[in-house]
Design a protein around this ligand. Structure first.
Ligand code: NDP
Length: 251
C-alpha cells in the first residue's frame, strides 16, 4: 500500500488532490483544523473512488510542535509514507494595501503557508532519509510567488518563500532518492477565492488568462497525481503552472 499525507485535504484544492490520488489507489491521510466528525463523508468518498484506506487527522500545520505526533499517528494508521503534499494554506483575512499590512497578518501567513510546511517537510524528510525510502514531496505554491498583488503582499511573500523551499529541498534530497516539486495554481474555484469571485469573473472575461475559465481543484489534483505517479521522474525541483496560461508573457 502506498500512503500519502495531504495537508488541508478536506476541501478546495486539497480535496481535489485527495480525490485524484484516491482514483490512483493511494491510501490517503489528510489533515485540517476541523473536527474529525465533519470528515466522515469525505473519507467514505475517497474509499469509494479507490483509496484502499483513508484517515483524517485534526492538525494545525502552523503548530510545528505537533508534526512528529502527526507523522507517528499517520504511520501507525496507514503505514510508512511514500509522499507528502503540502497544500494547507491561508489568504489574508482582510486584503490590505502593502502600506497597511499588519504584523499579525504577516506572521499568520508565514506561519501557515511557509514555516509550517517547511518544518513538516523537514520532519518527513528525516524519516524518509532514515528509512532509505524513495519518496515524493509536492508543495502547493501559487502564481503569487512571482506575480505581485499589492493588496496581499504577505501572501505573495509566503509563496515566494515556498518556491525557494522547493528548490532547497529538491537540491538536498535528490541524493536521498526523494523528488520535490511545486505546483503553482492560478485562480482556482474554492472557498479561498469566494470573496473575489466577481472580480475574477470579470478579469477572466477581459482576457486575464488565455484559457478563459476558472481552474478547478481537479486541475491541480491531476497535476499532483502525475507527479506522484513518477511521470516527471528526471525533473526534481520543477514547477508546474496550473494557471490556464495566465503567467505566459504576451504581447
Ligand atoms: P481553501 O481555503 O478552500 O482550503 C484551505 C484548506 O487548508 C482547508 O482544507 C483548511 O482546513 C486547510 N488549512 C488552512 N489552514 C490550516 C492550518 N493552519 N492547518 C491545517 N490545515 C489548514 O483554500 P484552497 O483550496 O483554495 O487553497 C489550497 C492551497 O492552494 C493553499 O496553499 C493556497 O494558498 C493555494 N492556492 C490557492 C489558489 C486559489 O485560487 N484558490 C491559487 C493559488 C494557490 P479547514 O477546512 O480545517 O480549515
Amino acid at each position: 500500500m502506498k500512503t500519502v499525507l495531504v495537508t488541508g485535504g478536506g476541501r478546495g484544492i486539497g480535496a481535489g488532490i485527495c480525490e485524484a490520488l484516491a482514483r490512483e489507489n493511494w491510501a490517503i491521510a489528510f489533515t485540517g483544523r476541523k473536527a474529525g466528525a465533519e470528515m466522515q463523508d469525505r473519507l467514505s468518498a475517497l474509499r469509494a473512488l479507490g483509496a484502499p484506506a483513508a484517515a483524517y487527522f485534526q492538525s494545525d500545520v502552523a503548530d510545528i510542535t505537533a508534526h512528529e505526533a502527526l507523522l507517528d499517528a499517520v504511520e501507525k494508521s496507514l503505514g510508512p509514507l511514500a509522499a507528502l503534499v503540502n497544500n494547507a494554506g491561508v489568504a489574508p483575512t482582510v486584503r490590505l494595501d502593502v502600506l497597511e499590512t499588519t504584523p499579525e497578518s504577516f506572521d499568520r501567513l508565514m506561519g501557515t503557508n511557509l514555516r509550517g510546511p517547511f518544518f513538516l517537510t523537514q520532519a518527513a524528510a528525516r524519516r524518509f532519509v532514515a528509512a532509505k525510502t524513495p519518496a515524493t514531496i509536492v508543495n502547493v505554491g501559487s502564481i503569487s510567488a512571482t506575480v505581485a498583488s499589492v493588496s496581499r503582499g504577505e501572501y505573495c511573500i509566503s509563496k515566494a518563500g515556498v518556491a525557494m523551499a522547493t528548490k532547497l529541498w529538491a537540491a538536498r534530497l535528490a541524493e536521498e532518492g526523494i523528488r520535490v516539486y511545486e505546483v503553482r495554481p492560478g485562480v482556482i474555484h474554492t472557498d479561498m477565492t469566494g470573496a473575489v469571485r466577481e472580480k475574477y469573473d470579470r478579469l477572466l472575461a477581459e482576457g486575464l488568462a488565455p484559457q478563459a475559465r476558472w481552474g478547478e481543484p481537479e486541475d491541480v489534483g491531476r497535476a499532483v497525481a502525475m507527479l506522484l505517479r513518477g511521470d516527471l521522474a528526471y525533473s526534481t525541483g520543477q514547477v508546474l503552472q496550473i494557471d490556464g496560461g495566465m503567467t505566459l508573457q504576451r504581447l
